[in-house]
Ligand binder design. Structure first.
Ligand code: SF4
Length: 329
């Protein structure tokens, strides 16, 4: 499969403004190092999950890829169909945003409460001046709703977000995304606020979009078992780094980095036979303002050695397309 997106050495640093007094004392501005030099690719029609705790940088990485973060905070290269998005002008960014869309975790926040379902789903086409004829616009809105598993009736088109269930709101958000026929969607914890019974339907809808229209996804989640069910590949993230990346089966059945092993040990087993003791990690993810020297995981890793506190491990190929970063591989 051909690469749709190639990301090289992506870094996102948010400046923290020091108070005037601290600046007078000679204290410089500090930065939150939210994404810390990651590289990955996504093929056409592929689903890549980014998995990690809060503070792992997965959402920031997704937003940076869509250029939803100010350009001066992003470093590296983001190639979409071989064009560098970080060097794109306004028109090129507008064009990119038609092809690359985002589904947010909280559909209640992401949908304008004053707009009807019709207005919400039609808006992306109107904003992008893609359709002038109202008949065609109506047809496209109805088709997007049906594709998203919703009724295209006048009654439903005139509902407001607060009149819908959580699952219906998320489907409306998806309809407003797919109406632009994107090549690529970033779904940021799209089912984490939904009832378990509705989650499977939304995930099935995403897979259907991929299968029918060859849409590529970055699926951002803290739930490794969901990532395994849904995705082709999984990237395990910690403190702005990718510690391991590979096919879902490789990551779950043959994890190499201790952090990946610990995440797998706490997920529901779903038929995996685990040998040996469970690996439990304690403590909290460290501050992304003062990144630890060496391996970013060394402060919580039960196997940390002297070298881990000094040298950062780089991703090594374990088997075809399976890479892990760790000094004890
Ligand atoms: Fe643990 Fe060292 Fe491997 Fe980091 S490099 S995961 S600290 S063993």
């Amino acid at each position: 499969m051909e690469d749709l997106l190639k990301v090289h050495n992506l870094k996102v640093n948010y400046p923290i403004k020091e108070s005037f007094i601290n600046l007078m004392k000679g204290k410089n501005n500090k930065y939150v190092h939210a994404v810390n030099d990651i590289s990955f690719n996504i093929k056409k029609g592929e689903i890549l999950s980014m998995v990690g705790e809060s503070g792992s940088g997965k959402t920031t990485a997704g937003k940076a890829v869509l250029r939803l973060i100010e350009k001066n905070m992003i470093q590296g290269e983001i190639l979409f169909n071989d064009r560098n998005i970080l060097k794109a002008n306004k028109d090129e960014i507008r064009e990119y945003r038609r092809k690359a869309q985002m589904i947010f975790q909280d559909s209640y926040q992401s949908l304008n409460p004053k707009n009807t379902v019709y207005d919400i789903v039609a808006e992306p086409l109107k904003v992008n001046s893609m359709i002038k004829e109202s008949t065609e616009l109506n047809e496209r809105v109805k088709a997007a709703l049906v594709q998203s598993g919703l009724p295209a009736t006048n009654y439903f088109l005139n509902r407001y977000p607060h009149e819908l269930s959580g699952g219906q709101r998320q489907r409306v958000a998806i309809a407003g995304t797919i109406i632009l026929e994107p090549d690529f969607i970033i779904a940021d914890e799209p089912v984490s606020m939904l009832d378990v019974s509705i989650r499977a339907d939304i995930l099935r809808l995403m897979i259907e979009q991929r299968d029918k229209y060859n849409v590529s996804y970055i699926f951002i989640t803290h739930d490794l078992s969901l990532a395994w069910v849904l995705s082709d590949r999984i990237a395990i993230m910690y403190l702005g780094k990718i510690l391991e990346i590979g096919s879902g089966d490789e990551i779950i059945k043959n994890p190499c980095n201790p952090y990946s092993k610990a995440l797998i040990d706490i997920m529901p087993k779903m038929g995996i036979k685990k040998k040996g003791k469970k690996l439990l990690i304690e403590g909290e993810i460290p501050s992304p303002i003062d990144l630890p020297k060496g391996c970013v995981f060394h402060m919580r890793c039960p196997y940390a050695k002297d070298i881990c506190r000094e040298e950062e491990p780089t991703l090594q190929e374990i088997s075809p397309e399976h890479f892990a970063a760790c000094h004890i591989l």
